[in-house]
Design a binder for this molecule. Structure first.
Ligand code: AMP
Ligand code: ZN
Length: 110
């Protein structure tokens, strides 16, 4: 999609610090990390929020997160978050899943 930051990363027009890539999914480091490890996982096909995604697309992203976290984060623990809409704090409108971990996280919502 034109004018979408994350689509531009998928296209290689904007650099990102990749941690995972398959034909369908891209995982990269968040530029403003909120935890020792803070990654973003996106499906390469543009959707604006999780309700626009098919079950297959969601499953594909979670499989990628599962594969990636098995290489290090499982022991430390991690949290998966997706913000839906500006009231929830969504600022980039290409659906993404935050993976936060690598340390003790604050209680959820506090
Ligand atoms: P959200 O607020 O849930 O929409 O999350 C968007 C996330 O994208 C934020 O955590 C930002 O720090 C992150 N972000 C914005 N620009 C970039 C970038 N160029 N590279 C990596 N992460 C980014
Ligand atoms: Zn996009």
């Amino acid at each position: 999609m034109d004018d979408c930051l994350f689509c531009k990363m998928v296209a290689g027009e904007i650099p990102c610090d990749k941690v995972f890539e398959s034909d369908k999914v891209l995982g990269f480091k968040d530029i403003y990390p909120q935890a020792r490890t803070h990654l973003l996982f996106i499906h390469k096909e543009h959707t604006s929020n999780v309700n626009q995604m098919s079950g297959e697309q969601i499953a594909t992203i979670f499989e990628a997160i599962k594969t990636h976290t098995e290489e290090g984060l499982v022991e430390a623990g991690f949290r998966i978050v997706t913000n839906f809409g500006s009231n929830a704090g969504q600022t980039v409108f290409h659906t993404h899943f935050h993976v936060l971990g690598g340390e003790k996280l604050s209680s959820f919502g506090s």
